[in-house]
Every structure is written in structure tokens, then in C-alpha cells.
Ligand binder design. Structure first.
Ligand SMILES: *Cc1c(COP(=O)(O)O)cnc(C)c1O
Length: 379
């Protein structure tokens, strides 16, 4: 058994990252400023978008998006139930209805036919998720969406490619939370190719003022900032942006190492029928950012929760991404969802766990995880 605990993730922080943050601290400008602008520019360079607006979280980005699109009571937003709760929560908090749909049982990617079946005259937005770093079939989703806006939840997908180019060509939301492939500690970005949308998000993120303090001081604009409509306060600090920017410079190496580790897991589980990694989607060419290594534990010996507890007792951490949204207390009670509503989502919600996967892991760490799993299955 391992002597020390292996967490399921750990941020990859280098000396250069620490220096980048320290430089900001010494500079005299620590909230949103030049590092924010540079971070926005570099994310756009990677993703091929024209506009990026750095924010305090992806959840904040989702909130602003709903406000900018004027989504509220009487409106519906389609998103999978197999996702992080923040998306549904924001939809709920603006008074709209999250319409939670089914995913593919093997990939956990939202099914275009499920999206098509959920569209009504009240549908104002569709938010698919690039799960674990694997891209959804966005062309197929756009085709069923007709003219309804589609904004990609790309929290797992910095560096993910679909049919040869980076995902999120139109609008996407990235997260830089501590567990994501590139982190700011906390942070998010709304990335778009629509200038008006970017301008609206930028305005709403800072009190509804058309320019912030950095704009005034550095871009020579009028000191009289005016509120054009009441907004929020969702800006990112430059300390955070500098960390993200420094990490972003290594994104290829970060994702390449994640991919190597994932391939080692896949090879190890090929002869273990009780441990079922997610499958790859078929029908399109893609590159995964390998944000998570998710497996389904399918054995009468353990429930998933028991398996996670036993792994922990063997000093192996694991995560749960995700418990489905529609069966969480609030959603169950508010909308009357019952088990059986989304069978493939529910099967996964009950059987998945995320194994340790982070760039500083060694091949030996993967070996420890596999050995612990073999031991549990042999008991
Ligand atoms: C992490 C995550 C989010 C939220 O990101 P925050 O930056 O923590 O708000 C949204 N969607 C998915 C799928 C996520 O994994």
C-alpha cells in the first residue's frame, strides 16, 4: 500500500508561476489590469476566438450570459443533467427553467437527439458540455438547435479540438478553478467571436460601467465612468490572471502529460471488466484535453461509494464528476424528477468515479492506483 495519500488532483504550480504572481504583487496593480488583458488575449490565441472576457469564475460567466440574453421567467435552457450543478443553479436563479437532458451512456456527452426532443418555443439557450475534455458533436447540436444560441461549457476543454480546430468557435465558457487543466485558483472566461456579446459581458461584469479603472487610467478615457445598466462585480484579479497566463504557456505539455497518464490507465484496465473507462465518441475526429479519467465501477462486490472509501483507505484519492443534477434534493423537489427519468445519466451517476490524473503524477503513481484497484477487486 502507498505510504502517502495520492489526491485525485493537484494543481501543477511551477517556480515560473510563483514568480508571475509575485511580479503582480510587487507591481502596485493587483486587481484586473494588464495581466487580465494579456490572459484574455492568450486564451483567444489558443482557441481562435476574437474576444475573451476574464471573470471570477465560469459560474459568473454563466450568470452574465443569462442576463445578457435576457433569459428569465418563462424561458427554458437545455443542458445535460450529467454536469456540474452551477449551470442549472444559475438558470434557476434568474427564474428560468433548466431542461435537463440525457447523455450518451458510454461517453457522457449530451445527445443531439435528446436536445432536439427537448426544444420548445420557450427554449432560449442550449449549453452542451465537453465532458472530461472530450468534445460533444457540436455540429450535430447546432443542426438541431436551428437558430437557438448554443454556448459551449468548456470548463473541461481548454486545448480540446473538434474536427481539427479548437472547440468553442462561437461562444464558450472556460473555468480556471483549482482542479481545471489551467488554473487561476479561481477564475473563468467568456470567449466569443461576437463583438456585441463580448462588450455586453464586459459591461455586466463590472457594475454596468462601460469602462473599469484600468481602462480609465491606461487607455486615456474619461474619468466619469457611467452606469448604463446595473451590473455585477465578477472581475478577476491580476494575481489570478498572471497565474493562469503563466500556466497557459505550458498547456501543450500539461495536456500531453495528462494524455500519457490516461493511456496508461486505459491499457491497465483493458483486462478488468469491472472497471469501465468512458468510451470515445465516434463519427468525428477529436483531441481530448483529458481533464478527468472517469471509470464506472461495475461489480456486485462494492457500490461506487464503498469503492471510493476503500480506495481512500488504501491512500488513493478519487473524485465524483458528477452526481446528476435532476436527482439532487432541490431539483427533485422543485420539478418532481423521479429515478428512471434519465436512465443512462443515472447509471453513470451511480457508478462513476474520477481517478487521480494531474500532470505532476508519476508513472509509479498510476501503478499504485491500478494495484490498489486490483487488490480491491481480488478481495
Ligand atoms: C468546474 C465546472 C464549472 C464551473 O466552473 P467555476 O469556475 O468553478 O464556476 C462549470 N461546468 C463544469 C462542467 C465544470 O466542471
Amino acid at each position: 500500500m502507498r505510504k502517502d495519500f495520492l489526491p485525485f488532483t493537484r494543481p501543477a504550480i511551477t517556480a515560473a508561476d510563483i514568480e508571475a504572481v509575485t511580479d503582480v504583487l510587487k507591481s502596485g496593480w493587483i486587481t484586473n489590469g494588464p495581466a487580465n488583458a494579456a490572459f484574455e488575449q492568450e486564451v483567444c490565441r489558443l482557441t481562435g476566438n476574437r474576444y475573451g472576457v476574464a471573470l471570477s469564475s465560469a459560474t459568473a460567466a454563466m450568470h452574465l450570459l443569462l442576463k445578457v440574453l435576457n433569459i428569465g421567467p418563462g424561458d427554458e435552457v437545455i443542458t445535460p443533467s450529467m454536469t456540474w450543478v452551477s449551470i442549472a443553479n444559475m438558470i434557476e436563479l434568474v427564474g428560468a427553467r433548466p431542461v435537463l437532458v440525457e447523455v450518451d451512456r458510454e461517453t457522457l456527452l449530451v445527445r443531439p437527439d435528446a436536445v432536439a426532443a427537448a426544444i420548445t418555443p420557450r427554449t432560449k439557450l442550449i449549453v452542451p458540455v465537453h465532458f472530461a475534455g472530450v468534445p460533444v458533436d457540436i455540429d450535430a447540436i447546432r443542426a438541431v438547435a436551428g437558430g437557438i444560441p448554443v454556448v459551449e461549457d468548456a470548463a473541461h476543454a481548454l486545448g480540446t479540438c473538434y474536427k481539427g480546430r479548437h472547440i468553442g468557435a462561437e461562444h464558450a465558457i472556460y473555468s480556471f478553478h483549482a482542479i481545471k487543466n489551467v488554473t487561476c485558483g479561481e477564475g473563468g472566461m467568456f470567449v466569443t467571436s461576437d463583438e456585441a456579446m463580448a462588450a455586453a459581458i464586459r459591461r455586466w461584469k463590472f457594475h454596468g460601467i462601460v469602462m473599469d479603472a484600468f481602462d480609465r487610467q491606461n487607455r486615456g478615457r474619461s474619468p466619469q465612468a457611467e452606469v448604463v445598466e446595473p451590473g455585477y462585480k465578477y472581475n478577476l484579479t491580476d494575481m489570478s490572471a498572471a497565474l493562469g497566463l503563466s500556466q497557459l504557456r505550458r498547456i501543450d505539455a500539461i495536456n500531453a502529460r495528462r494524455t500519457e497518464l490516461a493511456m496508461q490507465y486505459r491499457a491497465a484496465f483493458a483486462d478488468m471488466p469491472e472497471i469501465r473507462p468512458l468510451g470515445d465518441p465516434s463519427g468525428y475526429d477529436f483531441k481530448s484535453a483529458w481533464h478527468l479519467f472517469v471509470v464506472r465501477v461495475d461489480t456486485p462486490k462494492y457500490t461506487r461509494d464503498e469503492f471510493m472509501a476503500e480506495l481512500k483507505a488504501l491512500n488513493i484519492g478519487s473524485g465524483l464528476h458528477f452526481r446528476c443534477v435532476h436527482l439532487q434534493k432541490y431539483y427533485r423537489e422543485t420539478y418532481g424528477y423521479q429515478p428512471g427519468f434519465l436512465p443512462d445519466t443515472e447509471y453513470n451517476s451511480d457508478h462513476i468515479l474520477s481517478l487521480p490524473l494531474f500532470p505532476d503524477m508519476t508513472d509509479g503513481d498510476v501503478g499504485d492506483v491500478v494495484a490498489a484497484i486490483r487488490e480491491l477487486l481480488a478481495r
